[in-house]
Design a protein. Structure first.
Length: 62
């Protein structure tokens, strides 16, 4: 799989984010701090809808 990190990932050693990898009909997601552990995958349309929703309704921890 061709994993990539968010362009917003800039903290620590660069391993404190989520990575995604496109599959033919799904998007795989894994924790960059534990790349050998289990991954999640979602249908591409569902993942795209989630990202679009997060862009429209951002949240912060502060």
């Amino acid at each position: 799989m061709n994993w990539r990190k968010s362009t917003y990932s800039d903290g620590g050693d660069g391993d404190t984010c989520v990575e995604i990898a496109p599959l033919p009909t799904r998007i795989a997601i894994r924790d960059s701090k534990a790349p050998t552990r289990a991954t999640l995958s979602f249908p591409t349309a569902s993942f795209t809808a989630l990202i679009d929703h997060l862009k429209e309704h951002p949240w912060s921890e502060g």
